[in-house]
Structure formats: C-alpha cells, structure tokens
Design a protein around this ligand. Sequence first.
Ligand SMILES: Nc1ncnc2c1ncn2[C@@H]1O[C@H](COP(=O)(O)OS(=O)(=O)O)[C@@H](OP(=O)(O)O)[C@H]1O
Ligand SMILES: Nc1ncnc2c1ncn2[C@@H]1O[C@H](COP(=O)(O)OP(=O)(O)O)[C@@H](O)[C@H]1O
Length: 207
Amino acid sequence: MSNVGNSTNIMWHDCPIQKQDRQQLLQQQGCVIWLTGLSGSGKSTIACALSQSLHSKGKLSYILDGDNIRHGLNQDLSFRAEDRSENIRRIGEVAKLFADAGVICITSLISPYQKDRDACRALLSKGDFIEVFIDVPLHVCEARDPKGLYKLARAGKIKGFTGIDDPYEPLCSCEIVLQQKGSDCKSPSDMAEEVISYLEENGYLRA
Ligand SMILES: Nc1ncnc2c1ncn2[C@@H]1O[C@H](COP(=O)(O)OS(=O)(=O)O)[C@@H](OP(=O)(O)O)[C@H]1O
Ligand SMILES: Nc1ncnc2c1ncn2[C@@H]1O[C@H](COP(=O)(O)OP(=O)(O)O)[C@@H](O)[C@H]1O
C-alpha cells in the first residue's frame, strides 16, 4: 500500500500483457513525439502530416493537440503560467499511457516552459520521449497568423499571448530541430519526413 499525492492506501496492479507484447502486435515502439513551438509554427499541420505518413506505413499513431484537448479534458485551464504547466503535465501523463499502449503518440502543444517539457520527459523511459522543436521565427508565425490571434495580441485584445507578452523558452537540448529560416522553405510533409527518418534510423518502426 502506498500514498500518492492526495490518494492514500492505493496499490499498483500489473497485467501479464505488457507494453512489449503490444509492441510485438503492432510491430512498432510506443513513444511520445513532443512537438513544441510558437503558435503558427506549424505544430498541428506537421502532426497531421506525420500521422498520415505513419498510417500509410501501417503504423498506429494518435495526436494530442493542445487546442483540441482544451475543448475537453483541459477546458478548466487558462493560459496563466501555472495553468499552462498543468496542461502540459496532464497531456504528458496521457501521452505516457498512449506510449505504454504501444502507440506512437504525437503531442502538439506550445509547451513554452523548459521545466514542464523536462518533467514530461522524466515520466518516460529513456528513448521514449522524442522532443521536436519547430524553430520558426516569431515574424514568420506572425505573418502567417491563421487564426488572427497575433493581430488581437498586438492590439492588446489578448493578454499573455506567447511570443508577444508571454515567454517561450527555446530548447537547450532536443532530439530534432525542424527549422524554417530565410530561403530554407520546407513543406510540412518535408518536416514530417525528417521525423520519420529519425524514427526509422532509431528502430521505432519495428518491434
Ligand atoms: N494567450 C495565449 N497564448 C498562446 N496560445 C493561445 C493563447 N490564447 C489562446 N491560444 C490558443 O491556444 C493554443 C495553444 O494551446 P496550448 O495548449 O498548446 O498552449 S500551452 O502549451 O499550454 O502554452 C494556440 O494554438 P496554436 O496556434 O495551435 O499553438 C492558440 O490557438
Ligand atoms: N512548413 C510550413 N511551410 C509553410 N507554411 C506552413 C508550414 N507548416 C504550417 N504552415 C502554415 O502555417 C499556419 C500555422 O500552422 P499550424 O499547424 O496551425 O501551427 P500551430 O499548430 O503551431 O499553431 C497554417 O496556415 C499552415 O498551413
């Protein structure tokens, strides 16, 4: 019996069918691909391109998108620093369950704080957390502005908007950097293929 947080006298139950058995069934390695970057950097688009490419290869993936999860599980959370941290923590825990199920879980969240991303990495076994920084400069994201949110933030109609009056802490160390700089124009599917190459080279797409 143990105590975890506010839960007392609880006991972990194991099942004879484990992650390895599910991976064998799926012929892949369950893992978390953590996409992070500014609003408008391309997280959702790249997540979809990646999921489509994996699907065409017969690999099971699932996307946890920040905007979508805030429609349900995380609808009680705002964009204050502590709520963003709780958003990341919960999605990190859900992603861990997907990885344990043997699924390639793709998360698509701004996740602006290094310590929150590191805490999610620490939830998983070594190699199961693949951090991907979508390194697109603010001026490019702002020029895209597909939802008109940067315009509203610049006009002071949204307070605490990432990149404008709220921080984004770039990555110290991560597995993959996808850059969109100057004349280096990569399409979302080019970027997704960079991630696929990493997965293939590191054995994630076989049991
Ligand atoms: N204040 C503020 N700052 C940043 N983003 C905002 C804000 N308010 C609303 N939005 C919209 O919420 C989307 C980001 O949600 P996330 O859950 O990914 O954010 S976070 O990781 O908790 O920081 C983000 O989606 P993306 O553009 O896909 O990143 C925005 O559409
Ligand atoms: N590699 C890319 N090159 C050019 N435009 C892109 C690229 N990736 C995404 N976009 C465009 O940028 C905009 C923002 O993309 P989105 O995936 O919604 O970003 P995020 O989820 O990070 O907010 C969309 O209009 C999308 O079509």
